[in-house]
Design a protein around this ligand. Structure first.
Ligand code: FES
Ligand SMILES: [Fe+2]
Length: 370
């Protein structure tokens, strides 16, 4: 079956700009794990669509604001993660938890705003929705219900698994030279594993379950009808996996059985995996340019039952292995991106790739609506 996407969907500047509004400013987009901004005034910053966004904890309530001061549009927070009140670094304006300006130093001497003008001085606020520990932001002023993007079953499973997340997470952002869609398609395509990861990932998948799509592995006996509904693009599966036993496993509250690989696909740009309910990794494919993406990894372990002094080293070790696997993909996908041009022909999908066919149709539906 021919893909509904054309080569220029992966390199055209106008299409890339249109995606910002039609996809990233329309859907619920993953922002961070709540565990990473757990303390009062802890924050992270993200670029979503045309906006930079602050996601901040105000005494346990998570809110999102445009990271742009209403005075001269200076960003309030410049770090990716941090902790601190909403104070503009340029002229010291202070904002409260509702985004309203609270203090303007030297107001009467220098600014002299009337009350009506002053009431307009607020940070633009965005909608936030939290599923388990997964914090999502929606930039639309009238967001779609999150239930129309993620099924109740998927939300329940995300909530259950995230109850096991430990508080310590490690992060890495990896710049890669390809379109963000190629990475989401790559994680949907389990048949690349034997060829791209023969030594790293393949040996861990149990023989009887080499499809790596677990409980949906029989679907490719015939070509299922593509499902272009938005809600069908986010789903999860499990696969039998060999998980080597390490002593620290006995001291954490793992999720589910150990010999299982959990794989969640959160449309449009997140793949969340868990190895044995012991290690949890969020991979997000953040669009930077038509042919550039930032792959953002956030990795944590199952919650400790006793304090593990070695935990930071354990997390760094796992992160390093995950990055090594990613680089095996990156080498191939960057080559694919470089080969694309107006002259490229259209992709031919086989039956096993019905998820990619559905992804393309759902994507085009959203692009057409706008
Ligand atoms: S730009 Fe923010 S206080 Fe001036
Ligand atoms: Fe891969």
């Amino acid at each position: 079956m021919k893909s509904a996407l054309k080569p220029n969907h992966y390199f055209d500047h106008d299409i890339f700009e249109a995606e910002k509004s039609a996809i990233f400013e329309h859907l619920w987009i993953f922002a961070c794990l709540r565990t990473t901004i757990n303390e009062d005034q802890a924050f992270c910053t993200r670029t979503i669509g045309h906006y930079t966004v602050i996601i901040q904890n105000f005494s346990g309530v998570i809110r999102a604001f445009h990271n742009s001061c209403p005075h001269r549009m200076m960003p309030l927070h410049n770090q990716e993660f941090g902790q601190g009140r909403l104070i503009c670094p340029y002229h010291g304006w202070v904002f409260d938890e509702n985004g309203l300006v609270k203090t303007i130093p030297k107001h009467d001497e220098l600014y002299q705003f009337c009350d009506a003008e002053r009431n307009e001085l607020r940070l633009k606020e965005f909608h936030v929705s939290i599923i388990g520990e997964f914090v999502f932001v929606n930039l639309s002023s009238h967001p779609i219900p999150i239930e129309s993007q993620f099924s109740a079953k998927l939300c329940d499973e995300l909530s259950s698994i995230s109850r096991h997340f430990g508080d310590v997470a490690v992060h890495v952002n990896i710049p890669v030279q390809y379109n963000w869609k190629l990475n989401f398609e790559n994680v949907l395509d389990y048949n690349h594993i034997p060829y791209v990861h023969p030594k790293s990932f393949l040996p861990l998948i149990k023989k009887e379950d080499k499809s790596a799509e677990g409980n949906t592995k029989n679907e490719h006996t015939r070509f299922p009808n593509p499902d272009k509904n938005l809600i069908a693009q986010s789903w999860n599966s499990t696969t039998a996996m060999t998980v080597a036993h390490w002593p620290w496993h006995d001291f954490v509250d793992a999720y589910g059985p150990r010999d299982t690989y959990h794989n969640f696909f959160l449309f449009p740009n997140v793949n969340f995996i868990s190895v044995g309910g012991l290690i949890f990794l969020v991979q997000q494919f953040v669009p930077i340019a038509p042919d550039r993406t930032e792959v953002r990894f956030t990795l944590c372990a199952a919650r400790e039952n006793v304090k593990l002094p070695a935990l930071p080293a354990i997390l760094r070790g796992h992160l390093k292995s995950e990055v090594e696997v990613l680089f095996e993909d990156v080498e191939q996908i960057e080559a694919l991106q470089r080969s694309l041009s107006e002259k490229s022909s259209t992709v031919n999908h086989g039956a096993y790739e019905h998820r990619l066919v559905s992804f393309a149709l759902a994507y085009l539906d959203l692009m057409d609506e706008k």
